[in-house]
Design a protein around this ligand. Structure first.
Ligand code: FAD
Length: 394
């Protein structure tokens, strides 16, 4: 292998390039990114960057020193596997091995595209466009009570904005957590002074207002749409690279795509998990760090499966929320601590083994639980039920 091209200069692309050097790959590495900015990290965009307490979140990576060529502000338009080339508006980029790391793009709200005052929150440009909204303490309507909606609402309230969150489901995080687990989160919105309208469908967005299906007109100095993200894979049309039903690159357990010599990592790719017995598409930061480490090794002749215990965190309404594992086939739920209090955890078990853990303000539970999940350990239920005792195996 002499020339590796990585398309997408987010966390997964950058980590792939850096990992290749860590594996002592001495050939050429080209990192191609559509955004014009020096590669940056996304989680701070809905936190410190939005609040103005950080000016940016550029990765502290010495690309020149590592011999990583950056082609920024260049969109890859197509892959031509027969010629081993990536096509851009400026010409073609040849590769011996290709890594697809084009991440995800926000789902748009029908009727809101192009309406003045409607924002998304995915890129540095998005965050920069929202900073003046917060600084001017505008009245904002947030569509979607998921992770992004909650984090944006938190920052907007902290800045003194009046905030209404409109959610089509009956509760926050409906697609992610079971009803009884997410129930206390409704109170977090109230406590922060955020008006949360659940079971509310947006019928239309016009300059200055969001109109709901029941006719309610919500005045809005700005609208932020946070209704999910989907893999950025449209540019792969015609490449022969197989996609799954969610339009993610369908990778195998080594993160190889259906086309030889091409791998895929991060938010754009799904992979089969032997640990959980299903295909996973993970839109979280840790996966964009861990996957590339495995992919880089496999690209250079290694043969390691990628089967992580998924992990993510969120900072919302003054709380540090963390989750590890995957709970879909759990058969038992154990609570640790009072869900109406400031700090509590939830353990999901299957046949007595810990398979997932949600920790609110209890980072130690997360750290201990994550290790137990990795080991597939049986959980000691009496220790688990007593929040003053560390989580341990039976
Ligand atoms: P991306 O970060 O999306 O990077 C992909 C890059 O590829 C983009 O820069 C894109 O412009 C570029 N690209 C796309 N198509 C092309 C093309 N055809 N040619 C060239 N370039 C292309 N996760 C957590 O676990 N905790 C958090 O607290 C958290 N907070 C977040 C806050 C925000 C505001 C956002 C948006 C995400 C957050 N995440 C968080 C998720 C996490 O940031 C993502 O999982 C991670 O960024 C995925 O990295 P990636 O490199 O796969 O994709």
């Amino acid at each position: 292998v002499r020339r590796v091209v990585v398309v997408g200069a987010g966390m997964a692309g950058v980590q792939t390039a850096v990992s290749l050097r860590e594996h002592e790959f001495s050939g050429s590495i080209t990192l191609l990114g559509a955004e014009p900015h020096h590669p940056y990290d996304r989680p701070p965009l809905s936190k410190s960057v939005l609040l103005g307490s950080a000016d940016g979140s550029a990765f502290d990576v010495d690309f020149a020193g590592l011999g990583i060529e950056l082609l920024l502000g260049q969109h890859a338009d197509a892959v031509r596997p027969a010629e081993r080339q990536v096509a851009t508006a400026r010409g073609t980029v040849p590769y011996d091995r290709l890594v697809i790391a084009t991440g995800a793009e926000p789902v748009t709200l029908p009727g809101a595209v192009g309406v003045p005052g409607v924002h998304m929150l995915r890129t540095l440009d998005d965050a920069n466009a929202l900073r003046p909204v917060l600084a001017a303490k505008r009245q904002v309507v947030v569509v979607g009570a998921g992770w992004i909606g909650a984090e944006f609402a938190t920052a907007a309230r902290e800045s003194g904005c009046e905030v209404t969150v409109v959610e089509a489901a009956e509760r926050p995080l409906a697609g992610v957590l079971p009803a009884e687990i997410a129930a206390p989160m409704r109170g977090w919105y109230e406590e922060a002074g955020v008006r949360l309208l659940t079971g509310a469908t947006v019928a239309g967005v016009e300059p200055g207002a969001v109109v709901l299906a029941d006719g309610t007109r919500l005045p809005a100095g700005a609208v932020v749409v946070g209704i999910g993200a989907r893999p950025t894979t449209g540019w792969l049309a015609g490449s022969g690279i197989e996609l799954d039903a969610q339009r993610a690159v369908r990778a195998d357990d080594r993160l190889r795509t259906s086309v030889p010599g091409i791998l895929a990592v991060g938010d754009c790719a799904s992979f089969p998990s032997a640990r959980y017995g299903e295909r996973l598409l993970i839109h979280h930061w840790d996966n964009a760090v861990q996957g590339p480490r495995t992919a880089a090794g496999n690209l250079l002749g290694g043969d390691e499966p990628y089967d992580p215990v998924p992990y993510f965190w969120s900072e919302q309404f003054g709380r540090f929320v963390q989750y590890a594992g995957h709970h879909t086939d759990a058969d038992q739920i154990l609570r640790r601590g009072d869900p109406d209090g400031p700090a509590w955890s939830v353990c999901w078990l299957r046949d007595g083994a810990l398979v997932a853990l949600l920790a609110v303000g209890r980072p130690r539970d997360l750290a201990q639980g994550r290790k137990l999940i990795e080991r597939g350990a049986l959980l000691d239920p009496s220790a688990a039920a007593d929040p003053s005792v560390p989580l341990k195996s039976a």
